[in-house]
Each structure stands twice: as C-alpha cells, then as structure tokens.
Ligand binder design. Sequence first.
Ligand SMILES: [Fe+2]
Length: 488
Amino acid sequence: MTRKYMEDKQSILIVDDDTSTRNLIADALKEKNLYYIRKADNGIKALELFQEKPCDLIISDLKMPGMNGIELLNRIHEINPTTSIIIITGYPSVDISVLAMKSGAIDFLEKPFKIDDLLFKVDICMKERLALGKKDLDIKIDMARLNNKIEELSMIGYIYDNIEKTGSNNDEVFQEIAALALKVTGGESCSLVLFDEDNNAFYPQIVKNRNDGDCNKEKVTSLYAIFRDVAQKKEAVLTNSNGDTGLFKSLLCAPLMIRNKVFGLLSIINNKMEKQFTQKDLNYISSLSRRASLNIENRMLYESVFTSIMDTFMSLIHSIHARDHYTERHSINVSSLAVKTATAMHLSTDQIECLKISGMLHDIGKIAIPDSILLKPGRLTNEEYNIIKTHPSTGEDILSHIKLFDSEKKVIRHHHERWDGKGYPDGISGEDIPLLSRILAVADTFDAITNDRPYRKGLPVDTAINELNRNRNLQFDETVVNAFISTL
Ligand SMILES: [Fe+2]
C-alpha cells in the first residue's frame, strides 16, 4: 500500500482489549478494501495513534483497562469534535447507552453483535462523511470548537461571578468554593485542605459529598500523596484510574496559591465510570482555584490593611482615654449596645458591621477638643459647648481620608442629630438622619447616663430608660427606642 493510497482512503481505528473481537472487526472491514484500518488494545494506545494521525471513525469497546470508551470518546472529541465514534459493549445498560450517545457517539452496539450490522453502520457513516466533503467537515470542526469555546468562556464567567459573591469569612468562602467546584464539574465529593508547606502538614477544612453534605474528614488522608505531588508541581491534575488505586476512578486536584506559595488543595472525585472528568473539567477547576486564590489574597490584604487602620484609630481613642478615662470604655459600650439594637431590628450584616465600627469611633473627633473643655467638671459656656459640638464633623474629617470608612463617616457625622431637628451639626430631622446614626444616638445617651462622667456618678438603668421614653419622637426615633429597650 503506497502512502498516497493510504491517505486517499477513509480511515478507521478499532479499539478493544479483546483480541478476537478486535481482529474479527478488522478482518471484516479489510475485506471491503475501502478503508485504512488500525488497531489498539486500549484507550491510551488508541489516543496515541489518533494523535499521530487522526481517523474518520473509531469503533471502540466500552470497558477497557486504563481508559474506557467514554473517556476515549471525550478525549478524541476534544482534539477533533467531528470524528465519528461507535461504542460497543458486552455490559449494556440504558444509562450507559444514553451516556454514550449524549457524549457524541453516533451509534451503540451490544455484544454479541452481527458483523453485518456493524458493517452496515460503518458503511452509512462513511458515506455521510464523504457526502459532507472535507470543506464541510472543516466548517463543522470550526463550529464545534467555537461552541466549545463559548461554553467554556460562559462557564468561566459563571465561576468568576460566583467567586466574587462568596461570603465574608474564610469558612464561608471555603464552603462556597467546594460547592461551586462540585457544581461545575458534576463531581460526587469534594475536599478543601489547607497545606502548611514548612511543616509538610495538611489540615482538612471541607470534606463533602454532593448529596450527603459534610462527611468524615479522615477520608481525605488517603489522598495526601497526590496532594503533595500537586503542591510540588503547582499545577492542577486530572487522574482517571478506572478504580485501580482503590481510592477513586476519576480525580481533579488543583492548588490554591498566594504569591506562588501553595496554601491549600482543592480536589473533586467521581467514582462512576460514566462520569470521568475531562480536560474541560480540569480547565474549569484550574480557573476556579486561581480565581478563588486571588479572592482570598485580596480578602487577606483588605483585612490586614483594615486591621492596621483600626489599630491606628484605636490608638487615637486610647490617647483620648489617657486624658479622659470615660471615652474608651464608653466607645466599647456604645458599639456593643448599638450592635444589639441593630440585631433586634434585623438589620443586614453589613449594617451591623458598620455600626460596630462607628460605635467604636463615634467620638474620635474629641481628639481635637482641648483638655480644658473636655475634662471640665463644671458647666460649659456657650462658646465651649460650640467647640464640643464640632467633634462629629471632626470625626468625619479624620475618617474621610480613608475610602474604607465611607459609610462609617456619615454615621459618625450625624450621631448627635435629633429626631425633631434640633441636634447638630446639620439640624436634620426624622428619617433624614441615617438610621445607624439614630441607633448610635440612643446607645450613646443610655451609656452616658448610666456610667460615671467627669462631673457626676452613673445613674440607674431605670432613669436612663425613663429619659429615652421621655424623648421619644423628640430626641430619638421611637422605633429605635423600642428596639433598644427590648434588648436590655
Ligand atoms: Fe459624641
């Protein structure tokens, strides 16, 4: 057979670990003298032959060691989506046949089969391919690749969107990453394990099944050798084992990294033959782990910047405390009372967090008030009182230099406004006053009454409650007063 003659003929690759079936099909097809025939005794060998030179049709057994027919089908279609594939099996089931057809097989035959039936199917398939011609097949390949790319990009977009929406603490983030990994790959179980490179130690955070929820974290220890390998290579891997390892049939594992240092490993397992992962799943899990790593890094960066700014502010509060022992304890009390009230009012987590910080920092503007006024035991003159009244706007000014405190600065500016509009600094009234400032005002007054001041001893709780009730709809928002009293 000359090379030219080989290339002119349509080509068929027969894949079966059973020698007699393989030879039976090959001999029958050779008799027709229409096709160039090659044979492989397993999926891995078949893939190698296909990569050397593609073919028009693959006739493949389903159950083979190393790589089964469905996985071979998936891998072949990743290379050339128009290659025709007929699957043959001695273990037929409706699920398997549906899966084969869904995965892109053009036909499905049960063993034992009549060789003439197979020859008939081959004949139809090859005639259709000839009728389509090379140009049409190339267009089909381009279309299939384009559709694949669109599907992949839209899935990666979906992954990115979901990662952006993940929760506010690491536990929630890990839970959501694991759930997303199961969803995009169709995996059965998933684990997220933290890795301490210096001590070569793993700390399982999440081990969950798709249906049963959380499961025993010990289960994951059998995968540590694979995790070590992935942590060393710093690259996601796909391993299909047909169950040879006794641990899994199909596994995806991707490193979670910050600045090229592996801090965790995400792994997903499938144990059903018909659900082996593909190159596409590997791409999804690589994108997911990279995006999640970036998200965690940003979060850590934000937390460290935020903590250092809060430390600076707290040292400012502390410096007021050095002058006025009342202020620091008062800040802590107001923050805690305001958070309890906001919780009773079912406000959002973001609002509660904002109130917690605003409560701590609400009197930070007092840093600019001279000791002679701040610590004065007697009554203040009008002029002195006007200086005291600058502390909410000074507080706002201090916070306005840092973008992170945008919502807090507004709350702090208005914490001395009154419901009736007679407060300061802007004299706004009713619902024009930010809700969180109205809560802060009630907490502030309650704590001021019940705790010792420079000029008098703290008064009983009942006195403070009476004062709040007396000032409903005058100084305070009635709804807030009710919620506040309900928490005592
Ligand atoms: Fe204040």
